[in-house]
Ligand binder design. Sequence first.
Ligand SMILES: [Zn+2]
Length: 121
Amino acid sequence: MESETSERVKPGRRFDSAFSFSFAIGMGLLLFIAGLVISLTLGEGAIGLIFGIPLLIAGLVLPLIMMRDMFTQNEVKGECPYCATQIKTSDATIRLRCHSCGKEVAVRDMKLLPVEEVTTS
Ligand SMILES: [Zn+2]
């Protein structure tokens, strides 16, 4: 009704999930291939392994870390900025209605903020 049109999710806090999914896979693949190439081309000495193996490991671990970060929803706990009632939600929530005072509360940066403050800034 009132300020619903000004509601916009700020970009940059989190990648678009489809994009970051392929980005994580791509990065991992790139590192893995780079590590493979290095350890094969410089494979005679220990140098190839010293540079190659960390890259191989990074290529495997990095997508896992990025994806874990993507799928875990952080729990946001805090007080309602209007009536100080304890509210528990997840950071995937953009805004919610306080069950105690019925006012709208915005969730941003792991904090519960009054909606007016968020939309005007
Ligand atoms: Zn409240």
